[in-house]
Design a protein around this ligand. Structure first.
Ligand code: AMP
Ligand code: GLY
Length: 423
């Protein structure tokens, strides 16, 4: 089978790694891919939003299956275009990817179907949003409705800050059209857990849990980023929490999407907050998390192509989804200055070390080839993942492996997975 993966980050590298292990995949392509993905896949320089070119490429290469990794093309309707061209594709159609593409939609869905989430109001009129804030409790959370590279959420501690936030989202359009509408919601406290799941329209099978570290600095300080590291499983995701979520969150979400005439096939990523009142949904994503995929997928025992095909065919109920009884930690190696300003094009060394050690992975997030040399090409450069018998061992292994790699402005957090000490 010929498989095409759409995307260019560490998540797509993790997907490509799994696809390369599959007995079913003979040939893997990736658009646009990166220097790490090129180890498993033939990469073609086609952007993830160049739908016509992706469809033409898939036809030309007689691709049997496309896996769309990224949010933008999913929300933009790439799956619909590929399907219209007769190409089997894994990922939600546009009318289902709205679960991630519009926070106002997802909040209304949760309200309508009684899925636990923070109390909220949606606004299309900035004056009404400003007026609402006058009587609100602080801190309060402002969210641009649309996709904003994971940066469209503002936590505001005062009325003044919140008004400034409404102005930046709705009037100054800091996140572009994503700010045409916004959600204002109650601030929740608790542990965050990421749960990814495979969905075939009816059946949902959740993967092992994970937790992301979104802030740039140690101790959860500094700016929000695309993710500075992850660990899996989360010790805070107990059996009791899982039972609650199965009953009140996971299947109800899949059923709600079906009832709305938007059957969801693909990956639903549940961003959960474990509050004192029980688990609540922070957000939905319509794809694997990045860097959650880098700790979840290496622990998956199943052949990814078989699972993906079961989602497309509506036979996920026949799949026995299994994960290794161990742990994994991913430490992101970023360029110093990320997420604001940083240098690119710096030579990366030490990558061969990963080939010599079982259970260690170096997923590329922002790299490219300059001739024979791999150089940095983004803020998040690499995700160093290591497994261990438990989280403590995995963490020690990941930090040891992070030292194998060198590039001039290498930056990482030193407390990824530290929270497990409190578990
Ligand atoms: P989201 O993109 O909706 O996941 O939001 C990004 C991050 O903002 C989350 O991972 C949380 O850390 C934080 N966040 C979002 N919504 C809330 C909320 N209602 N209360 C507290 N923190 C939140
Ligand atoms: N790690 C968070 C995300 O993928 O959105």
């Amino acid at each position: 089978m010929r498989v095409l993966i759409v995307g260019s980050g560490g998540r797509e590298h993790a997907i490509a790694y799994c696809a390369a292990k599959s007995e079913k995949a003979d040939k893997i392509y990736c658009t646009p891919g990166n220097a790490g993905i090129a180890e498993y896949a033939e990469c073609a320089p086609i952007g993830a939003m160049e739908f016509d070119k992706i469809v033409a490429f898939a036809k030309e290469k007689e691709v049997d299956l496309v896996i769309v990794g990224m949010d933008d093309p999913l929300v933009g309707g790439l799956v619909d275009e590929l399907e219209a061209a007769g190409i089997r594709t894994f990922g939600p159609r546009k009318n289902a990817a709205i679960l991630e593409g519009s926070k106002a939609f997802s909040k209304d869905l949760m309200k309508k179907y009684n899925i636990p989430t923070a109390a909220y109001e949606n606004f299309t009129d900035p004056d009404k949003a400003m007026a609402y804030l006058e009587t609100a409790k602080f801190p309060i959370v402002l969210k641009a409705d649309g996709l904003a590279l994971g940066k469209g959420v503002l936590i505001c501690n005062s009325l003044e800050e919140a008004k400034e936030g409404v102005k930046s989202i709705m009037l100054d359009k800091k996140f572009g059209d994503a700010g045409n509408e916004m959600v204002i919601e109650e601030f929740m406290t608790g542990r965050e857990v990421s749960v990814l799941s495979f969905v075939d329209g009816d059946t949902i099978k959740t993967m092992t849990s994970a937790q992301d570290h979104k802030r740039a600095g140690d101790g959860d300080t500094g700016l929000n980023t695309g993710g500075m590291g992850t660990f899996s499983p989360s010790p805070f995701y107990t059996k009791e929490v899982e039972d609650f979520c199965n009953k009140y969150i996971y299947q109800p979400t899949v059923d709600a999407m079906k009832a709305e005439g938007r059957p969801f096939k693909g990956v639903i990523f549940f961003g959960l907050m474990l509050t004192e009142e029980g688990p609540k949904v922070l957000e939905y994503n319509a794809r694997f998390g990045d860097p959650e995929a880098q700790v979840v997928l290496p622990r998956m025992k199943n052949d990814i192509i078989e699972v993906v095909e079961a989602c497309i065919d509506g036979t996920l109920d026949k799949v026995d989804l299994q994960f290794e009884d161990n742990a994994a930690v991913c430490v992101v190696l970023a360029s110093d200055g990320y997420p604001v300003a940083y240098d690119k094009g710096l030579p990366v060394s030490g990558l061969d070390e990963f080939k010599k050690h079982e259970g260690y992975y170096c997923f590329h997030a922002g790299t490219k080839f300059e001739g024979e040399q791999i150089v940095t090409n983004g803020g998040r450069v690499l995700g160093v993942t290591a497994k261990g018998k438990d989280l403590k061992e995995a963490r020690a292994n990941a930090y040891a492996a992070a030292e194998w790699v060198h590039f001039d402005n290498k930056y990482m957090r030193h407390d990824i997975g530290k929270a497990i000490d409190e578990a």
